[in-house]
Design a protein around this ligand. Structure first.
Ligand code: DGL
Length: 265
């Protein structure tokens, strides 16, 4: 089991931001990454649809021998994590909106959160907010259009710059000092965001915390890989161009990048 790959899925290429941290932190692990680009974005979909797609994504990864799965999508985590954990008998790690560290570190008592509609509507966001940030002012923003820009490799475009300015400025003007990136596609806008962010405002991306959590789960289960160097395999259910471009830009030890057809496509 130690030699089996870790499975990671997202609605598209956003989860590559999580894979980057996982690959850096656990370089011995083989990873299979599934981008469900055909059905991207998940954000506006119903919970029922997202659960169906997430089950199918897990079935694909498990059929490909994955020993654990990372749901590298806040939206899918929000809608489906409990169903996935009850249905499948391997460790399943989800994304958590990084509200806790933001709430703990704020000096102004105000935090900004950028996420999808699906994530804001989910129980996980509500529970985490109530538990850790009840007395904190939250400036929330749905990142409409951002996921699509990343999927089309346009995250450094003028259109992206304008949209980021529109979404982040109200947070800055409202005196937040922590901004949570609540969608795995959003780290691709990091440089555009940092361009307009005053130095005292911290940007929080939970990906590294997920990699740390994954390592501890694998270690506890006794299934950490002991290989010298892991390899990466990528699949997309839809458009493959952006996946190819980003994988080439960010990853080494890439075994293959393939387009596949999944059952409910
Ligand atoms: N990367 C997904 C997330 O973290 C994108 C959501 C979507 O497909 O709308 O929420």
């Amino acid at each position: 089991m130690k030699k089996q790959p870790i499975g990671i899925f997202d609605s598209g290429v956003g989860g590559l931001s999580v894979l980057l941290e996982i690959n850096a932190f656990l370089p011995n692990e083989d990873v299979i990454y599934l981008a469900d680009s055909k059905n991207c974005p998940y954000g506006p979909k119903s919970d029922e649809q997202i659960i169906k797609l997430s089950i199918r994504n897990c079935e694909f990864l498990i059929a490909n021998s994955c020993k654990a799965i990372v749901v590298a999508c806040n939206t899918a985590t929000a809608a489906a994590i409990e169903v996935l954990r009850s249905k499948f008998n391997i460790p399943i790690i989800g994304m958590e909106p990084a509200i806790k560290p933001a709430a703990l570190n704020t000096n102004t008592g105000k935090i900004g959160i950028l996420a999808t509609k699906g994530t804001f509507n989910g129980k996980l966001y509500k529970d985490t907010s109530e538990k850790y940030a009840n007395n904190i002012d939250k400036v929330v923003q749905i990142g409409d259009g951002l996921v699509e820009l990343v999927e089309n490799n346009m995250h450094n475009s003028e259109e992206a710059r304008q949209l980021i300015f529109k979404y982040i400025s109200p947070m800055i003007n409202n005196n937040v000092d922590q901004i949570v990136l609540g969608c795995t596609h959003y780290p691709f806008f990091k440089s555009l965001i940092l361009d307009i962010l005053p130095e005292h405002i911290k940007l929080i991306d939970p990906s590294l915390a997920i990699a740390v959590r994954l390592k501890s789960v694998l270690k506890k289960a006794g299934i950490l890989s002991v290989k010298p160097q892991g390899k990466l395999i990528f699949y997309s259910s839809g458009e493959i161009n952006t996946l190819q471009i980003l994988v080439k830009e960010y990853f080494q030890k890439v075994e293959s990048i393939q387009k596949i057809t999944l059952d409910t496509n």
